[in-house]
Design a protein around this ligand. Structure first.
Ligand code: PLP
Length: 366
């Protein structure tokens, strides 16, 4: 109980409905939660709509059909898969199963905010490995050397987000492989690939081929980002079958809803749609980056569907100014990045609106 009381809760992006209520206006643009602005494929919407007729029944607790589709798609046996209510729930399962007050877990400074929460909720010690400096080649990124040096005899989990949120940074494949190979057998390396689909074209590795080789490697994936199903809540892990078996022991019987199971299964079959969303997002990301750079701003390299931008001492004020103009971006002061804002890549017209508003704010005296 005392460990839970000491937790700082996760602060999500401000919901559109909340800002609408506050400002009394409509047409708010949210670029704050790394959602896919194009939404799911029409086939997914139709399938979920049809499934609504069945919501009087419990879902298939084993997620049989989704797991079968995933196994085929990924080329792994179903015994390696665990389904979660978003990959967030799998992070919590991993901590629940493998941590406790006598253990420690490691994450990188500026690593995804849920890691310290799930670690501390178990009473385990959260060890923060220093990230690369802002001037480094991969500014604010995970320093795998520092993470390796932080491993102790009681370390049971190491969280690596690749690409990482909120920085967008990624790790070099060869260094990542060496890190996993050198990790002690009783330390699980949790590789969070929530943004993998966006990072594939950069140096971001799809680590699935390593799972067989390294029994202590756990991959986390989600349908929330590139597949545009954030509201349905479905993610999965790929691990050694023994780890999947342990995770399934704590998994509530019906943790993934019938709508989510159906939506994810159809979304998986809609690869062309997903890839076109990713492709459009990456073009928009580069346009956004170029525009921000031309304003003289520093932009952290990103392999995700968002950019971390340095605004200096004006960041908090700019966030408020943007809000009042109907644009929700994400403050990241909770990460110790108070001089930055994170901007999710949006549809072209929304980005243009944001850029025009930003330019106006930046011209006005601080
Ligand atoms: C790095 C990272 N991992 C995991 C998640 C959790 O996503 P979800 O629970 O929607 O699958 C997020 C969501 O923002 C994320 O940024």
């Amino acid at each position: 109980m005392s460990t839970v009381r000491a937790l700082s809760p996760y602060v999500p992006g401000k919901p559109i409905s909340e800002l609408e209520r506050e400002l009394g206006i409509r047409g708010i643009v949210k670029l704050a939660s790394n959602e896919n602005p194009f939404g799911p494929s029409p086939r997914v919407i139709d399938a979920v709509r049809a499934e609504v007729a069945e919501i009087g029944l419990y879902p298939d607790g084993s997620g049989f059909e989704l797991k079968r589709a995933l196994a085929q798609h990924l080329g792994v046996p179903e015994s390696r898969l665990t389904l979660g209510n978003g990959s967030n729930e799998l992070l919590a399962f991993l901590a629940e199963c493998f941590l406790g007050p006598q253990y420690s877990a490691i994450y990188s400074q500026y690593g995804f905010a849920i890691y310290p929460i799930v670690i501390q909720a178990t009473g385990a010690e959260a060890i923060v490995a220093p990230a690369f400096a802002p001037e480094a080649v991969m500014p604010l990124g995970h320093d795998l050397g520092a993470m390796s040096a932080a491993i102790r005899a009681n370390t049971r989990l190491v969280f690596i987000a690749n690409p990482n949120n909120p920085t967008g940074t990624w790790v070099e494949p060869a260094k990542l492989r060496a890190f996993i190979a050198a990790a002690p057998a009783d330390t699980l390396v949790v590789l969070d690939e929530a943004y993998l689909e966006y990072g594939r074209r950069d140096a971001c590795i799809d680590a699935i081929s390593w799972v067989q080789q390294f029994p202590n490697l756990v991959l986390l994936r989600t349908f929330s980002k590139a597949y545009a199903l954030a509201g349905l809540r479905v993610g999965y892990s790929i691990s050694h079958p023994e780890i999947a078996e342990v995770l399934n022991r704590v998994r509530p019987a019906f943790n993934v809803s019938s709508l989510a199971l159906t939506g994810a299964r159809i979304a998986l079959a809609e690869q062309t749609y997903m890839e076109s969303c990713v492709s459009d997002c990456l073009s928009e990301r580069e346009r956004l980056r170029a525009a921000l750079l031309s304003m003289g701003l520093k932009v952290i390299p990103s392999a995700g569907n968002f950019l971390l931008v340095h605004f200096g001492a004006r960041a908090a004020q700019l966030y408020e100014q943007l809000l009042r103009s109907g644009f929700i971006v994400r403050p990241v002061g909770g990460y110790g990045l108070g001089e930055y804002l994170r901007i999710t890549v949006g549809a072209a017209e929304h980005q243009e609106g944001l850029l025009a508003c930003l330019a106006k704010c930046l011209r006005s005296p601080a």
